[in-house]
Design a protein around this ligand. Structure first.
Ligand SMILES: [Zn+2]
Ligand SMILES: [Zn+2]
Length: 380
């Protein structure tokens, strides 16, 4: 049976995003393992976090609203940490709930819970994928919340205790005599690293870190039109912080593999075709398979010159943050025949005579339109 995620947060169906956030923060403030050592609270906190995740992710919420369970991945599902594969939407808000308001000044013990680092992973994509978009499954090795202690860092059934060195203040004072008189220096407590608490029995899974390393596979939606070197940010998919702190972001950097036919310049694609001299002179229809697999015919007009660029409007890459597409630019090379048999040579010579292109350079003056008319020997 699907969990009533709205009920877990004390909400009814159709609750607004703001309601969900508010309800979650209110509950998390009472239930987070750092403030509430009760094992039942820990369980309840996991439920609440899971409900928050389910209702703040539009895709997951749709599943919930359809009567399903977005975390139910088939037989055997349901055990383990809700954060294991689903990522980690909520802890940023826990931090807000605890520290967002007053009271988080510089003084007093600091939290063991700290924000996690960002992570970076590079993926190689084919040109078709960057141009038209794709969804890639990536496997990342990051720190995730410890499933045994939910970030508390304590062995099951045990709790942190107040540090005896600093009496929970997180700092110690030392008095030094100097020629100026007594100087009182305050520094973070060395026993508890300034947290005011010690963990007498660390969690066997994470050794009091509150997080463990794990491999996870995450689908990454790559939008159409991304380019080599661009980074996609997945909020909250980076490393979970010490003490189970909110995860940093995961950046996915795009590397574009070279394509056999097409090269890319921003939103424009380029390709190069080579035509025989006769086709360039007479005109032809050139079949070309576009990047998306569509077959098209390019109209090459008679008398096409080498270096001509034919533009196919709207056949380039989609614009990433706008509508429409760039162009495909077809660069035309013209190939001069190299090995002529006797018959071919004879025909070409006849053509040259017909076109008045058979005369040597010295005769250029007599034939102003001739092929060599504009050639001058600079050494004469
Ligand atoms: Zn642990
Ligand atoms: Zn201490």
């Amino acid at each position: 049976m699907a969990t009533d995620y709205y009920g877990v947060l004390g909400l009814s169906r159709g609750a607004s995003d703001a309601d969900i956030k508010k309800a979650y923060r209110r509950l998390a403030r009472d239930l987070h393992p750092d403030v509430n050592p009760d094992p039942e609270a820990k369980e309840r906190f996991q439920e609440v976090s899971r409900a928050y995740q389910a209702l703040t992710d539009p895709d997951k919420r749709r599943i919930v609203d359809l009567g399903g369970d977005p975390f139910d991945t088939g037989p055997g599902a349901g055990g383990g940490s809700p954060f294991g594969q689903a990522g980690f939407g909520g802890l940023g808000d826990i931090m807000d709930a605890f520290f967002g308001g007053a009271g988080m000044g510089g003084r007093g013990p600091r939290s063991r819970v700290r924000e996690g680092d960002d992570a970076l992973i590079r993926i190689e994509l084919d040109l078709e994928q960057t141009v038209f978009g794709t969804t890639e499954e990536i496997t990342v090795d990051t720190a995730v919340l410890c499933g045994t202690c939910s970030g508390a860092g304590t062995a099951p059934g045990t709790h942190p205790t107040t540090c005896t060195t600093c009496s929970g203040r997180g700092e110690v004072q030392s008095v030094q005599r100097s020629f100026l008189g007594q100087v009182v220096a305050t520094r973070p407590c060395p026993t508890c690293a300034g947290t005011g608490q010690v963990i007498p029995e660390p969690c066997p899974e994470c050794g009091s870190e509150g997080r463990v390393r794990a491999r996870r596979t995450i689908p990454v939606k790559v939008p159409a039109g991304v380019e080599d070197g661009m980074r996609i940010r997945l909020t909250g998919r980076g490393e979970v912080g010490p003490g189970g702190g909110p995860a940093g972001d995961l950046y996915v950097e795009i590397r574009e593999r070279p394509h056999e036919v097409f090269t890319r310049d921003g939103e424009d694609l380029h390709c190069r075709v080579t035509l025989p001299m006769t086709a360039a002179a007479l005109g032809t229809t050139l079949p070309l398979t576009l990047l998306d697999g569509e077959d098209t015919d390019i109209d090459v007009r008679p008398g096409t010159q080498p270096g001509t660029v034919l533009t196919l409007r709207g056949k380039g890459a989609p614009r990433l943050r706008a509508t429409g597409r760039g162009n495909l630019l077809v660069h035309v090379d013209v190939q001069t025949p190299t090995r002529l048999d006797a018959e071919q040579e004879k025909l070409l010579r006849e053509l040259a005579v017909l076109r008045g292109e058979d005369r040597p350079a010295s005769a250029a003056g007599e034939t102003p339109g001739g092929l060599f008319a504009r050639v001058r020997n600079p050494f004469k």
